[in-house]
Design a protein around this ligand. Sequence first.
Ligand code: ARG
Length: 451
Amino acid sequence: NIGVVRRERFSGGPARGFLSSLAADERIFAADIAVDRAHVIMLIEQDIIDAATGESILTALDSVETAGHDELPDGEDVHEAIETAVIDRVGPAGGKMHTARSRNDEVATCIRYRLRSDLLQAIDATLELKKILLEAGKVHTETIMPGYTHLQPAQPITVGHWLCSYAAGIERDTARLLDAYDRVNTSPLGAAAFAGTPFEIDRERTATLLGFDDVLENTIDAVAARDSLIETLSALAAHAITLSGMAEDLIIFANKGYVKLADQYASTSSIMPQKVNPDTLELVRAVAGDVTGELTGLLTTLKGLPRAYNRDLQRATPHVWGAIDDTTETTAIIGGAIKTAQWADEALESAAGDGFSTATGIADALAMAGIPFRTAHEVLAVATDRAGNETPTVETLNHAAEDILGESLFTYVDQDTIIDILDPVMNVSTRDSRGGPATAAVTATIEMYEN
Ligand code: ARG
């Protein structure tokens, strides 16, 4: 409520709807009621407004809350509309609600208040996803699969190892969101327009009433700063990118027949009746694009804004709402897809040795026997070429050794060991270094992530 005279003067014209954030502000309707309440309680306690007026305002706020956002009178934004609704109920004394504050500190407080609960939901979703990855990981500590670099078969790993790789990423995503939460959780309220107020307000009190950890000290910073939105949205973008990689892997694995997605997470074609398509995961992959777009929108909106408040900030906020909704939903969706996916153990095992993926294991065995790794690498490279990039026979391996080393392969590693290492299952079991793919290493990783 900007007062009758001013309101009339600035009430009309084609820019009215453009100026208004009332519709988008539905997101912070409940937050604004909470902020109003805290502010009014503080004003009463500080004897800035009398208790009777304060109580009638609080009663009016209850009724505005019950009526809901849709019943608000017109206004430039939710703050103005709620104030008008309070004045409609209380009379002119309702206008005392806006003593010692501005919409600038008010909106900044509302954003942080609402974002806290959205962040908690996003964080919860990441914790749940990590749990799902680790549960699946436990089931698949022994399930062999091909591991890739450059999308080429590289070395056999286990499905549990692959799942843990994403549990690790998700754990860091959670940590980044928690960091963002800490900095979001501070109160700008009481900064007024940007320059403080002559009233004897108690900023700590409103911060406490609203559950904030602390007060944003400098009043210009309090209304102008949106870096915690950047931080939040960056954390969301990083997380969405983790999810998109996971989705892409699963799309590829589904394509190769390594994993079967549950029908609930797949889709079919309107014309080709035989099709089972990983549409859900493709959408998960796409969300990272949306979130990156929201981050870019936020950054470019904020870039170069002068102190203190500028209306550009009104268009900065929705980027965060869009991004956090999309990301939280996506986190749950991919969790469901992983929980219900069936890993095709046999197909995975038979593909695990493709493209002579056990080569590094043989080179490692030669190196363990004292041959410089670079020389061992050369032996295997020659054998690979001669076998047409598939797994060479022991004989071919031996010939390559003789040509490069001038000695039999078996001088260094006995034939049984070679045969073992050429088996993808045995090959994986030797790679039990910390964080590695061997069953014991994966089990240890899962235990670590669970504690
Ligand atoms: N609705 C605005 C926002 O979201 C707050 C209004 C402050 N308006 C102003 N002219 N200072 O940022």
